[in-house]
Write a protein that binds this ligand. Structure first.
Ligand SMILES: [Zn+2]
Length: 228
């Protein structure tokens, strides 16, 4: 009798845990309903509001905090620079729970960054990834001065990740090397993400979009780069 009761209790507990896990997954998978195209148009609409000083600063209130306490379903991942002038939530006029943001000087893909992005795509249902470079990026400028025949002596990981873009910019004999390297660096990172076995299948079938963009410091405008 005792054994039977114990088995019943264990089964009930297992079902409860399974049910709770499913509810959590369902709550967190909400963003998968938002297509890559719709997510991109939301971002660009938010950036329009930011450019024209008509921000909503939406979804920052107590009710929103309460809604999000049980789970999140961000509609876009942004890989951007740590630069204080380029905070994604502000320049896209988004509130809490809208964006899953990975920031690192020079907006390059690191191993931990890749794992973070994968978490949003795999577990939170996010279908759009944007790599966002910006005007006058100090990290890229620094890399242009540092990347050469020898591995970068300073900031070896950050500059090392940017060096392939600098080499491409030099090869193309760009008139403005710093500026061109900023765009090529975004392009390099987009390609790294697209080629990753984590994402390449979903990029091919169109269910996940990875785009590159550049933020203009003066106008506040985010421009999609060629090929997007
Ligand atoms: Zn920067």
């Amino acid at each position: 009798m005792y054994k039977k009761r114990l088995t019943y209790a264990l089964m009930t507990a297992a079902l409860f845990i399974f049910g709770a896990a499913r509810v959590l997954v369902a709550a967190e998978a909400g963003a998968s309903a938002i297509s890559p195209a719709e997510a991109l148009s939301r971002l660009m609409a938010g950036n329009q509001r930011f450019q024209h000083d008509t921000t909503h600063q939406p979804l920052l209130h107590a009710k929103r905090r309460e809604e999000l306490a049980g789970g999140q379903a961000p509609f876009a991942v942004i890989l951007s620079c740590s630069d204080s002038r380029v905070p994604p939530e502000l320049i896209f006029d988004q509130g809490l729970g809208g964006l899953f943001v990975v920031r690192i000087a020079g907006n390059t893909v690191t191993r931990a960054g890749l794992e973070s992005i994968d978490y949003a795509v795999e577990h939170l249902g996010t279908n759009l990834i944007m790599v966002l470079g910006h005007d006058s990026c100090g990290a890229v400028k620094g890399a242009v001065g540092e990347c050469g025949s020898k591995p970068a002596a300073q900031l070896p990981e950050i500059f090392g990740n940017i060096c392939p873009a600098v080499a491409r910019a030099r090869k193309q004999r760009a008139a403005n090397l710093d500026s061109h390297a900023i765009d090529l660096n975004v392009d390099e990172q987009v390609n790294i993400l697209k080629r990753s076995p984590l994402f390449n299948q979903r990029v091919s079938d169109g269910s996940l979009k990875i785009v590159g963009a550049r933020y203009k410091l003066r106008s506040g405008k985010v421009e999609l780069l060629d090929g997007n």
